[in-house]
Design a protein around this ligand. Structure first.
Ligand SMILES: Cc1cc2nc3c(=O)[nH]c(=O)nc-3n(C[C@H](O)[C@H](O)[C@H](O)COP(=O)(O)OP(=O)(O)OC[C@H]3O[C@@H](n4cnc5c(N)ncnc54)[C@H](O)[C@@H]3O)c2cc1C
Ligand code: FES
Length: 288
C-alpha cells in the first residue's frame, strides 16, 4: 500500500489511498466485480458509503467516479483486507475498469457520504433496481449480524428482505452474494425471464399484502424506480431512505455538481449536495 493523505478539512475521515486490483470478474451482462486490496479503507467504511475511484495511469477520465461499497473482504486471519465494487459498464471509466488486471493500481478517495442508518428492530426491506443492489450486500450482512462495520446494531431487524429487479435474467448480478443466512430474497424481471414478471415496486406492493409487511425501506436504483418506491412507502406510511446515484465531479463538497432538491420544513425547497449530505436521504424530504 502506498501514500495516504487527508482531504483537507472537507471530509475529515476520508483519505486518498492507492490500492491494487486483486480480482476482476464479469458477473452478469455488462456487469463486473472488482476487488481492490486496501486494508485501511476496508476498516473505515460503513454500508451505503462510497469511494471516488480513479485509474492513476490515465488522464482520461481525469476525475474519479463514485462507486458504492459492495462489501469488504477479510484476509486469512480475519482482518479487513479490501473492498469489492460491483459496476455496470456505461462509459469511459466503467469500461476501463472492466479491463483492469490483477496488480493494476487504483486510486481511492473515501470513505465518502453518510451511509444508511443503523438498522433497528423494524422489519427491513432492501429494494434494488438495476445496479442498485450493490450497497445491499453490506447492509444485509450488518443487519443480520453476520459482520460488523464498527457500528453497534443493538436491536437487529426482526426480518430482512431483498427485493431486486432487473431487466432480464442476464442482467441479474450477485445473486450468489445474496445467499445469506436468514436473508429473504425476492426477484423480479421486466420480461419475466426470472422471478416475478414486472417491476420491483410491484414486489414491494405485494409484500404489503402478506403478514410480514415492510416496516422500514432502504432503496437504490434508477430514479423513476426510486420515485415509485417512495410513493408506495408514503401511501403506506413506511419510513424510507433512498440512495441517490447523482453524477459527481469532486465527491467531497466543493463543486456543487451533485445537488438534489430537498423539501424544507416551511414547505419551500433547497439544494443539498449528494456527496456530503447524502447519498442517502429520507424519501419524504426529496423532490423526485
Ligand atoms: C454515490 C454513488 C454510488 C454509485 N455506485 C455505483 C455502483 O456501485 N455501481 C455502478 O455501476 N455505478 C454506481 N454509481 C454510478 C457510477 O458512478 C457511474 O455509472 C459512473 O460514474 C459512470 O462513469 P463512466 O465514466 O463509465 O461513464 P461516463 O462516461 O461518465 O458517462 C456515460 C453515460 O452515463 C451517464 N451517467 C454517468 N453517471 C451517471 C449516473 N450517476 N447516473 C445516471 N447516468 C450517469 C452519462 O450521462 C453518460 O450518458 C454510483 C453513483 C453514485 C453517485
Ligand atoms: S460532487 Fe462536488 S460537491 Fe458533490
Amino acid at each position: 500500500m502506498e501514500a495516504c493523505q487527508s482531504l483537507v478539512g472537507m471530509v475529515p475521515t476520508a483519505v486518498q489511498k492507492l490500492g491494487r486490483v486483486r480480482e476482476v470478474e464479469q458477473v452478469a451482462r455488462g456487469t463486473y466485480r472488482v476487488r481492490v486490496e486496501c486494508p485501511e479503507l476496508a476498516r473505515q467504511i460503513i454500508p451505503g458509503q462510497f469511494f471516488m475511484v480513479r485509474d492513476p495511469r490515465v488522464t482520461d477520465p481525469l476525475l474519479g467516479r463514485p462507486f458504492a461499497l459492495l462489501d469488504t473482504y477479510e484476509d486469512s486471519v480475519g482482518q479487513p483486507a479490501g473492498i469489492d465494487f460491483g459496476f455496470v459498464t456505461v462509459g469511459k471509466m466503467t469500461n476501463l475498469m472492466a479491463q483492469w488486471s490483477v496488480g493494476d493500481p487504483v486510486e481511492l478517495w473515501g470513505p465518502l457520504g453518510n451511509g444508511f442508518p443503523v438498522p433497528d428492530s423494524r422489519r427491513l426491506f432492501l429494494v434494488a433496481g438495476g445496479i442498485g443492489q450493490t450497497p445491499f450486500r453490506a447492509v444485509a450482512r450488518e443487519a443480520l449480524k453476520l459482520h460488523s462495520f464498527g457500528r453497534n446494531v443493538t436491536q437487529p431487524p426482526s426480518g430482512v428482505t431483498l427485493c431486486y429487479g432487473a431487466r432480464t435474467k442476464e442482467h441479474l448480478a450477485f445473486l450468489d452474494w445474496f445467499q445469506l443466512p436468514n436473508l429473504n430474497v425476492q426477484i423480479s424481471t421486466d420480461d419475466g425471464s426470472f422471478g416475478r414478471k414486472g417491476y420491483v415496486s410491484q414486489l414491494l406492493d405485494a409484500a404489503y399484502e402478506t403478514d410480514a409487511p415492510p416496516e422500514a425501506i432502504y432503496c437504490c436504483g434508477p430514479e423513476p424506480m426510486m420515485a415509485a418506491v417512495a410513493k408506495v412507502a408514503a401511501q403506506r406510511g413506511t419510513p424510507c431512505w433512498l440512495s441517490l446515484e447523482t453524477p459527481m465531479a469532486c465527491g467531497f463538497g466543493i463543486c456543487f455538481s451533485c445537488v438534489t432538491r430537498v423539501r424544507m420544513d416551511d414547505g419551500s425547497w433547497d439544494y443539498r449536495r449528494t456527496c456530503v449530505e447524502g447519498p442517502i436521504f429520507e424519501a419524504e424530504k426529496l423532490c423526485l
